[in-house]
Design a protein around this ligand. Structure first.
Ligand code: EPU
Length: 346
């Protein structure tokens, strides 16, 4: 049987260090635990109607301050197994509870390419398909083959193929129509044996970093090293400055909206997408609305990167939401663009 704890403090699981208590809490460390979770969910007793919330690394969620009436399930399922191999690629099945960056490090050490630009991202493997993690031109969707899930309502275990996950920028079915429906057990990733130029190398910041170090044809480890160092300079360490990484998504707007802003700010760095759309860095909008480094209650807009909100120590979730609303309002007033938050709110 699963061991279920009651009234468990959330802050210890939150990289933003906010949150009250989980009404119920349990840890799942192997696939064999799922039948007892099913028995609990089906039970008519005290767990009746209590939703299951899946907890990964807690690095992309803003938890409310009160007692949250959920059964929080922390997934600690491990595993790293090669399931297929050809001359060109290696498919690896990884347990949802593995730490993402340890997996990246391992695949880089194996000489496999695909994950190097995604180095240094906090969180677990189970979270990687949910928000289609991305950085330095790579998105994990390009490496995902299939996602193994446990369906809460039926107790069944099956695979969802990449094409059925509806991956988009920081989005998937797991955040939309399938939200709360599945628990991710493992993910199969396809990595390349043939080293193609890394997406990170198209980022001027990464190129500049490598040039300064005198590195001409960087190998995977050197690219990983560069990405980690650049991240460290832009993203605060959650252990010192509690945060959830980017707090807002980069808004995608019609070209005409971007052109209007460019008239007033000719130096703005926007990114053209297909279909008359432009991606505007939210960090740029927040900075140019005069908010970089500003303190809003117990929450600051990080002084080295306006996309990150930092809990100054004793912020509550309410303080975070107030700061968010204030930033959204000020950016909307100045640029007419409504920012959307990136982390989940529970
Ligand atoms: N910028 C500013 N002011 C700021 C911050 C950024 O003007 O305070 C400008 C930069 O100068 C640059 C542009 O915004 O021209 C883009 O900045 P950057 O390359 O740092 O990336 P980002 O768009 O701010 C995204 C991801 C990050 C990821 C980086 C690197 C989102 C929401 N964020 O940030 O992901 O690491 O690109 O690829 O898409 C995360 O999701 O938590 C995260 C950290």
């Amino acid at each position: 049987m699963l061991n279920i704890e009651e009234y468990v403090d959330i802050k210890q699981f939150s990289s933003l260090k906010v949150g009250g208590q989980f009404r119920y809490f349990s840890i799942i460390s192997k696939k064999e635990d799922f039948p007892s979770l099913y028995a609990i969910a089906e039970d008519d007793g005290k767990y009746k109607g209590v939703p299951i919330f899946v907890l990964g690394g807690g690095s992309n969620v803003v938890f409310s301050d009160e007692v949250i009436n959920v059964l929080a399930v922390k997934i600690e399922i491990k595993g790293f197994d090669i399931v297929r191999e050809s001359d060109d690629y290696t498919d690896i099945k990884v347990g949802a509870g593995e730490v993402w960056d340890e997996v990246v490090s391992r695949t880089v050490d194996m000489g496999l390419s695909g994950f190097e630009s995604l180095s240094g991202i906090p969180g677990t493997v189970g979270a990687s398909p949910v928000q289609n993690i991305g950085a330095y031109g790579s998105e994990v969707k390009d490496m995902i083959q299939e996602v193994e899930v446990y369906e809460i309502e039926t107790g069944k275990i099956f695979n969802i193929l990449n094409k059925d996950c509806k991956f988009e920028y920081r989005d998937s079915i797991f955040k939309n129509e399938a939200k709360g429906k599945y628990i991710i057990i493992s993910v199969v990733y396809r990595l390349n044996k043939i080293i193609s130029p890394s997406t990170a190398l198209s980022y001027p910041g990464v190129m500049k970093f490598l040039e300064e170090k005198g590195i001409q044809n960087p190998n995977l480890k050197q690219i990983r090293g560069a990405v980690i160092d650049i991240r460290k300079s832009k993203l605060p360490n959650p252990k010192e400055k509690p945060n959830v990484g980017s707090f807002f998504k980069n808004p995608i707007v019609l070209n005409e909206v971007a052109y209007k802003i460019l008239e007033e700010f000719p130096n703005a760095k926007f990114f053209s997408l297909k279909d008359d759309l432009t991606k505007i860095p939210a960090g740029w909008l927040i900075e140019n609305a005069g908010l970089k480094g500003v303190s809003l209650g117990h929450v600051s807009v990080y002084d080295k990167n306006a996309l990150v909100l930092v809990n100054d120590g004793d912020a509550t979730s309410e303080d975070i939401i107030k700061a968010r609303n204030e930033i959204v309002r000020i950016v909307k007033d100045k640029f007419g663009i409504t920012l959307e938050q990136e982390p989940e709110i529970l």
